[in-house]
Design a protein around this ligand. Structure first.
Ligand code: FSO
Ligand code: SF4
Length: 548
């Protein structure tokens, strides 16, 4: 076996990628990622000790989170970047250790992640091969340690986006250190279950922080008809989740004759008031992340990937794609971090755009979105009346991620099969399975309400909790609300843990249950939270309509 990774929904045979990732990840990259995660555990070990001594760990916390973010599915495939990150991680770990030991020696044996050393790529690869997922041979504790780590990867991505806007919370860094350190302590199944649930609460805090960062900086998303056609100017296509990159790109392209379009998870940028003022911000081009080969080819201009999802490049656009932040692809130009107090420099992308033909039109019209918590709560009276009068019988949360597998047509089929008196609440790239269907509206309320990016699933939870209050219910699970969640990568794992922490039960999850859940861990989730796999479309729709 040259690698082992089972972190995403598309893992080989729903067991694990062992030769090469279905995503295109090579064994060398997987091994370097394993070494990096191991070193991040070392930072966390010393970070947890440092926190006990009231030493601030925010610098190391942000670095550790960014490192984990780089290992999320389809985020970074660049070995050179991982080598740099591991070197820096070892340095930060040892500096933290020195600070801790200046006050007191830590009792007991130190775990390998807290002490190992290496300087070359070969050292790192050897360490990665030794410490990968399968190094824990107990399938239940391994499963829980992975569930925690993968949830923390999602948390890390969201915390990084918030930090890029200047929103950080020392308490979150401290709990991250504690949670990651718990995966090095050989804890029992019960202790790890408790840590998993606590991680869900930590994720809720981070999602709330990111919501605050986005809405205080760019205003509350509002109902928006997003243009999906094109104009005649050259354009830049921006993908991923980082709104700060979006803003700087819009600023720097203003007045240059170059238009800006969003792709995939950047679509919700169209809903923010602060971005609407830019006349050269045209709308959204194309569809979900896995369609990027087609969409990037016909776009004709440069593409900026601010986060995942990146898929293996095609010749048609490989000379006009750029990465930034924690995203990376070997050989693709990477736009450097902004200097302290400064801005990123997108001039190379803008210069290239000016030489490219305008995008080829692939569709016309608009799609509607912008139904985050503030907007929906502004319509609360209308929504509540529609529920009371029976015009809306049920809400179905179909948030999450999209993927390439054919079985994902399930989500399109469910959207089409749901009775006309139901409303679909969505967030994340899962929406592309049904956001261009004409599902109509209920008394002016569209039947698909898109809150935004996957992190805006937080908004859906806020809306549900508010409705619970308005209807005077004791338990959020008494609402006429069902969950039919599509998952793909680790941010969806984070969202799931957050929803469990908020008390939501009975969620359907598909198109398959995660390979990283051992039978016993899956049983715990089923028994305590009534999680179930998606099944047959008709049977699932009937069950949801019956409240199951
Ligand atoms: Fe999708 Fe990719 Fe947002 Fe993910 S574009 S799959 S859950 O990165 O983050 O929803
Ligand atoms: Fe396989 Fe998914 Fe890991 Fe890629 S991220 S190697 S597809 S499990």
């Amino acid at each position: 076996m040259s690698m082992f990774c089972f972190q995403c929904q598309e893992t080989a045979r729903n067991q694990g990628c062992t030769v090469r990732g279905v995503c295109g990840k090579l064994p060398e990259t997987a091994t370097l990622q394993d070494a990096l995660i191991h070193t991040v555990r070392g930072i966390a070990f010393w970070g947890a000790e440092a926190t006990k001594q009231q030493i601030n760990v925010s610098k190391e916390g942000l670095f550790a989170m960014q490192s984990l973010f780089a290992t999320i599915t389809n985020a970074n495939f660049d070995n050179a970047r991982f080598v740099t990150l591991i070197g820096e991680a070892l340095k930060q770990r040892d500096e933290l250790r020195a600070k801790v030991e200046a006050n007191a020696k830590v009792a007991g044996a130190l775990p390998d992640c807290a002490v190992w050393q290496g300087t070359t790529e070969a050292d790192y690869a050897a360490k990665g091969a030794e410490v990968g997922v399968l190094s824990n041979q107990n399938e239940d504790t391994r499963s829980l340690e992975q569930l925690i780590t993968l949830g923390l990867k999602g948390l890390s991505a969201y915390a990084d986006h918030a930090a890029m806007l200047g929103y950080e919370d020392d308490g979150i860094y401290a709990s991250f250190m504690e949670a990651m350190a718990d995966t090095t302590r050989g804890l029992s199944v019960d202790q790890l279950v408790a840590r998993t649930l606590q991680t869900g609460h930590d994720i809720v805090k981070v999602m709330a922080l990111l919501d605050k960062a986005n809405t205080e900086t760019y205003g509350h998303p509002e109902i928006t008809q997003v243009n999906i056609g094109v104009r005649g100017n050259p354009g830049i296509l921006i993908s991923g989740h980082d709104l700060h990159d979006m803003q700087e790109l819009l600023d720097q392209t203003e007045g240059t004759g170059v238009d800006v379009y969003t792709h995939s998870e950047m679509l919700p940028a169209n809903y923010y008031p602060a971005f609407k003022k830019y006349k050269h911000f045209v709308g959204n081009y194309g569809s979900s992340w896995w369609k990027q080969n087609e969409d990037f080819t016909t776009f004709n201009g440069p593409i900026l990937m601010t986060t995942n999802c990146i898929i293996p490049l095609k010749d048609a656009y490989k000379d006009r794609i750029f990465t930034t932040g924690m995203a990376g692809w070997p050989g693709v130009p990477h736009i450097a971090e902004r200097p302290k107090g400064g801005k990123k420099d997108f001039s190379a992308i803008i210069a290239l755009a000016k030489k490219c033909p305008p995008p080829t039109e692939i569709e016309t019209g608009t799609i509607v979105g912008g139904f985050a918590h503030n907007q929906v709560l502004a319509l609360a009276d209308k929504v509540v009346d529609a529920v009371k009068s029976g015009a809306i019988k049920r809400f179905v949360v179909m948030a999450g991620c999209d993927g390439r597998h054919k079985t994902r047509s399930y989500f399109t089929d469910v959207a089409e099969a749901l009775p006309k008196d139901t409303v679909i609440l969505t967030a994340g790239c899962a929406k592309y399975r049904y956001n261009k269907l004409n599902l109509g509206d209920i008394g002016g309320i569209p039947r698909v309400l898109d809150a935004g990016q996957c992190n805006d699933s937080y908004s859906l939870a806020v809306i549900a909790l508010k409705l619970k209050e308005v209807f005077g219910l004791e338990d959020v699970n008494q609402l006429p609300l069902s969950f039919d969640i599509a998952w793909y990568e680790q941010k969806a794992v984070a969202v799931l843990l957050a929803l469990l922490a908020l008390g939501f039960k009975g969620m359907r999850l598909g198109p398959t249950l995660p390979a990283f859940l051992s039978p016993n861990v899956a049983k715990v989730l089923v028994e305590n939270f009534h999680i179930k796999p998606t099944g047959d479309v008709e049977a699932d729709v009937a069950a949801m309509m019956a409240g199951n």
